[in-house]
Design a protein around this ligand. Structure first.
Ligand SMILES: C[S@@+](CC[C@H](N)C(=O)[O-])C[C@H]1O[C@@H](n2cnc3c(N)ncnc32)[C@H](O)[C@@H]1O
Length: 529
């Protein structure tokens, strides 16, 4: 037998050749998207960690293709323990050349429809390692006769009452249950769509109740290492054993299976209640399913109170004219009435690209240091002293009196005082800020909570949808939480903004996440169902 490196090279050549002989449409209709070898190897390395070391491996891939996973298995140390390896491939276009390629190995490749095969009766004849990237064939392409047959088989095999909207990959997962040895392990590379849509519910019940769901890893859509076809996929790891008491499922995102960028262990009861599993690991578990508040997404703070805006806030021209050190100032947005934009762009220094360019003095240096290094600033502070600025209440409680409280800039600001006019103009407005400008107390600052911030980091486009959704929050919902003043003037405190129902926001975040999961074979047509 050739060494595995040579076989893998030949397999890749074969894969390219065979793929090229088919049209994209043909491959779409049969769900023929091969797994990149790097990913297949990650998967088999991880699988090796889940099986008892040195145990005899009985390997099954029910949608074999040219054998990416089998090749990856032979690349791991576990290759020495492979006692049986079985593959199923329905398409002779891939099956016949693959059979030839692996002829000198332990592999038994059967060129037939896996779903029509009789599963082994005895545990010893079943498999302890099932790894599969099953065909992503949409339910539209499954005939009604086949659907009924597959639904009956799924029910017998795994007690899953499959919806008629399920794609072929769901049936592969369900049927394979009867091919698994007790305590055997399976890794399924499948569309993550099942985690959120209605037809995925019976599969999730199976994963939580009948087997032990170990881990679900999702790829970061911004990660360019995979084809479009794979970025919306998840790898689902399970063991054929009842879940232990107090079991938690590991949800991972981005990076690789063993070195994810994010991870969180979610208790089974939380997953039982949650209909959208893709919120993990990036978002917190929901407090109340349909009653999310703005404070679930943000910490809300008031902007800074300088104590004397006329002294501390200066236009850029004046700073330059007085030769004051710009390093001791931070940009600050002007009063909301001067900010028309909903989105504020920044220049290369992070300063806001708006008409009124203001800066606020925020100097932490001791008086003597200012005197030595920045005589012009020291002179300016002297002017403040003569005007009595340090004696003002807020300034008296700061050290030094010419520094500001710590309120870093944020992507999201809210103007919170306004008059609702007869035309329904809103008394509140949300702004998306890309600059490092901070804000004064005529604004509220929305700091994304840690988990939500991570979501925004991996998906910068989401920030726009978030601001739009915030602006879509009905005026009434906001007024309900705020206080009505004479003449229709409304004011909103940070905790009141936090308490506002965030349904538009919940929808926007959900939609955005769905949009980012790239459509594989337009499977997402069904996501709305
Ligand atoms: C998504 S591809 C994965 C191929 C390979 N395992 C990989 O990961 O690169 C799924 C494979 O399953 C095959 N397939 C589709 N329906 C099948 C069936 N009913 N029984 C067996 N194989 C099937 C397809 O022809 C295709 O080669």
């Amino acid at each position: 037998m050739c060494d595995i490196a040579t076989l893998e090279n030949r397999r890749q050549e074969l894969q390219n050749l065979l793929d090229a002989e088919k049209t994209q449409e043909e491959r779409n209709a049969s769900g023929q998207f091969h797994t990149p070898i790097s990913l297949a190897r990650d998967i088999l390395v991880h699988a090796g960690k889940l099986l008892p070391s040195r145990s005899a491996i009985r390997f099954l891939d029910p949608g074999f293709g040219t054998g990416t996973f089998f090749s990856a298995l032979l690349h791991t140390p576990a290759k020495n323990h492979v006692s049986t390896a079985t593959g199923y491939e329905i398409d002779p276009h891939y099956g016949i050349p693959a059979k030839k390629l692996w002829a000198d190995t332990v592999l038994d490749l059967r060129l037939t429809d896996f779903t029509e095969e009789e599963f082994p009766s005895y545990d010893a004849d079943k498999y302890n390692l099932i790894i599969c990237n099953p065909p992503y064939v949409r339910h539209h392409h499954i005939s009604n006769v086949d659907k009924v047959r597959l639904q009956q088989l799924a029910l017998q095999a795994s007690d899953i009452a499959m919806s008629g909207l399920s794609g072929l990959y769901c049936y592969f997962l369900a049927l394979s249950h009867s091919w698994m040895q007790k305590n055997g392990v399976a890794g399924w590379l499948i569309p993550s769509e099942f985690m959120d849509v209605n037809y995925g519910r019976p599969i999730k019940e199976y994963l939580l109740g009948k087997v032990t769901l170990l881990q679900i890893h999702r790829f970061d859509p911004n990660d360019v290492q995979f084809d479009d076809a794979l970025v919306s996929s998840a790898i689902v790891w399970l063991r054929n054993a009842h879940p232990p008491k107090d079991h938690r499922v590991k949800f991972t995102f981005g990076g690789s299976i063993d070195h994810p960028n994010y991870e969180k262990d979610i208790p089974v009861p939380v997953l039982t209640k949650e209909s959208k599993w893709t919120r993990f690991p990036l978002l917190q578990e929901r407090r109340e399913a349909s009653n999310s508040k703005v404070s679930d997404f943000f910490r809300v703070k008031r902007g800074i109170a300088t104590g004397d805006n006329s002294f501390f806030v200066l236009p850029l021209d004046e700073i330059r004219a007085r030769k004051l050190p710009i390093s001791q100032f931070v940009p600050i947005l002007p009063s909301p009435r001067y900010v028309e934009e909903t989105e504020i762009e920044a220049d290369d220094d992070g300063n806001p690209l708006i008409e009124r360019r203001l800066f606020v003095l925020d100097c932490k240096l001791p008086f003597e240091t200012v005197k030595r290094h920045y005589p012009e600033l020291w002179n300016y502070l002297q002017e403040g002293v003569h005007k009595g600025v340090p004696e003002r209440y807020i300034c008296r409680h700061r050290k030094p009196w010419y520094s500001q409280e710590h309120r870093p800039s944020s992507l999201f600001y809210c103007t919170y005082i306004g008059r609702s006019d007869r035309n329904g103009k809103k008394p509140f407005r949300f702004i998306l800020n890309h600059s490092r400008a901070i804000v004064a107390n005529s604004y509220l600052i929305l700091y994304p909570r840690a988990d939500f911030e991570k979501t925004l980091l991996v998906d910068p486009e989401m920030a726009r949808s978030v601001v739009k959704a915030l602006n879509d929050i009905t005026t009434q919902a906001m007024l309900d939480e705020g206080r009505v003043y004479g003449g229709g003037l409304h004011k909103l405190e940070p905790n009141e903004l936090g308490n506002i129902d965030a349904m538009p926001l919940v929808k926007a975040v959900g939609n955005e996440q769905r949009a980012n999961r790239h459509v594989q074979l337009s499977l997402f047509d069904d996501a709305k169902l």
